[in-house]
Design a protein around this ligand. Structure first.
Ligand code: NAP
Length: 475
């Protein structure tokens, strides 16, 4: 017998199998790529009639495509056009500006629908757990990325204070997010001007006199998780020189073996070796890639002044081993880019260590047992890995589980229940539906056009909602 904790609703009483008149109502929580791919997979089959509510706490869809992919990657961000087509499906209803947990509890949501798919991602940062990490001038990559993509919850004051007058930056971690951060901080104002970054972001970045950006790996170049395309891009920056110490590219036998069997690693090494003869001439920014250094503490009294690092070596299993040799890297901004973890949604189990919702092929587990009618997809299911496209396969697996459960009679429609949007409106919530999002989209395009750009992101929740209200008043 599945175990459902006392604070959770009992599974919806079985009524009838889904039909055209009474489709299976599915709420998808999180309208990022995983949620949109889940909605898409639900509507691309005709075995089980469905009606999908795609809920997001922001008034805007697209999750990390809007607030994660770097604004200077317009081709990657263009995937939103494809995602938008799934939002327009007649069986999908976008319901933005709704926070599951505060506007409606999970238990209440579950009473409105026959199944819930959690796709709300992994929005929290991981910490280094070292002295000085809380000093002003120490930021998580999530803080900086939220700010430069115009996320309404970004802590503007803290990020802008950290960027004021900054010359030397250390980015901890050698994944793709670290490269995004290093690249954005190294770009010239002219390179950033065509992006959809909010104007204040462009202004603050233009005023920051960055001269030195160091990307720091605690292991060697063969263990870095960045991908070659993203790495290679660093060499094309208008006013920055990429620098690599050739001594740090020498590999131990284990790393040699890794390079021989992993194409991403061998390609990364080839790119890095191509830069080993670069010298620090020309260019405003020296962008250094350093390896075999792990941060021990952040130095400074009232704000960050440097990072003390310990030299490392990798053992036969590729683990970093401290050598006891210490070094200080000057820095007035330290950005930790060491991964993401999932936020616990009130009423939903999240594994503390992995930051994911326990699941089996997308079926949520509570106390080790499958919880009927609850599913997960995307980063909250598998952890923060992979590019946007990986979520498609991942969401399909979850929806296959859901549809199999529907076919087995585990999921049945509970008969007439109140409409979710009516319930939310009655309690004073202002859900943002597809046409409302279109009004926001139009307002951003118009703002961009007024500055000769394709789009400028509206970064305040109130401004986003004002665009919705203004469109409603006009119609
Ligand atoms: P990631 O690839 O997992 O990188 C995390 C980095 O942090 C690793 O280098 C890791 O080193 C390091 N790290 C972890 N704990 C550390 C510690 N205590 N001290 C020092 N270093 C530490 O994660 P991510 O960069 O956040 O990216 C998340 C996902 O998004 C990835 O799948 C990425 O490819 C994807 N993404 C893709 C793009 C793109 O395609 N352009 C852009 C952004 C993000 P160890 O390996 O030693 O643990």
């Amino acid at each position: 017998m599945p175990v459902v904790p006392a604070d959770e609703p009992a599974p919806v009483p079985s009524a009838a199998p889904p039909s055209g008149a009474h489709p299976l109502r599915v709420a998808v929580v999180g309208a990022g790529p995983a949620g949109i791919y889940a909605a898409d997979a639900l509507t691309r089959q005709d075995a089980v009639p469905v009606a999908v509510d795609l809920i997001d706490r922001l008034p805007t869809p697209f999750g990390l495509v809007r607030h994660g992919i770097a604004p200077d990657h317009p081709k990657m961000r263009a995937i939103r056009d494809t995602l938008h087509r799934s939002l327009e499906h007649p069986l999908v209803r976008f319901v933005g500006n709704v926070d599951v947990g505060s506007d409606i509890t999970l238990a209440e949501l579950r009473r409105h629908v026959d199944a819930v798919v959690y796709t709300y991602g992994a929005s929290l940062d991981r910490r280094l757990g070292i002295e000085g990490e809380h000093l002003p001038g120490s930021l998580a990559a999530t803080d900086l990325v939220a700010w430069y993509t115009g996320h309404p919850d970004a802590d503007r004051a803290r990020v802008e204070a950290a960027l004021a007058g900054v010359r030397s930056v250390v980015v901890v971690g050698v994944g793709n997010v670290a490269l995004d951060v290093a690249r954005v901080l190294s770009r010239t104002p002219e390179e950033l001007e065509p992006t959809d970054m909010p104007q204040h972001v462009l202004d603050v970045l233009a005023a920051a006199p960055v001269e030195e950006v160091t990307v720091l790996g605690r292991r060697g170049p063969a263990q870095a998780t960045f991908t070659t395309q993203e790495l290679r891009e660093l060499d094309g920056l208008a006013d920055a020189t990429v620098l690599v110490d050739p001594a740090e590219l020498e590999l131990d036998p284990g790393s040699e073996e890794r390079a021989a069997t992993d194409r991403n690693v061998s390609r990364n090494l080839a790119v890095l070796r191509g830069w080993a003869d670069h010298t620090a001439t020309g260019g405003r920014v020296r962008l250094r890639l350093r390896f075999f250094r792990r941060p021990v503490r952040l130095l400074g009294t009232d704000r960050v002044a440097g990072v003390e690092v310990e030299r490392t070596a990798v053992d036969g299993d590729g683990r970093a081993m401290g050598t006891g040799e210490l070094e200080v890297l000057p820095a007035d901004l330290v950005v930790r880019s060491v991964g993401y973890r999932g936020l616990p949604l009130p009423g939903l189990p999240v594994d503390e260590r992995s930051g994911t919702v326990p699941n089996e092929a997308g079926r949520v587990l509570r106390d080790g047992e499958v919880s009927p009618g609850e599913y997960a997809a995307g980063w909250i299911k598998r952890g923060p890995s992979g590019v946007v496209g990986h979520n498609k396969h991942d969401a399909r697996e979850t929806i296959a589980s859901l549809l199999a459960d529907a076919a087995d009679g585990v999921l049945r429609t509970a008969g007439p229940v109140d409409d979710l949007v009516d319930t939310l409106v009655a309690r004073g919530v202002e859900p943002v539906l597809l046409d409302d999002w279109r009004a926001i989209d139009a307002a951003e395009t118009a703002l961009g056009a007024s500055r000769g750009r394709a789009r400028t992101t509206l970064h305040e929740r109130e401004t986003l909602l004002a665009a919705v209200r203004a469109a409603a008043a006009r119609s």
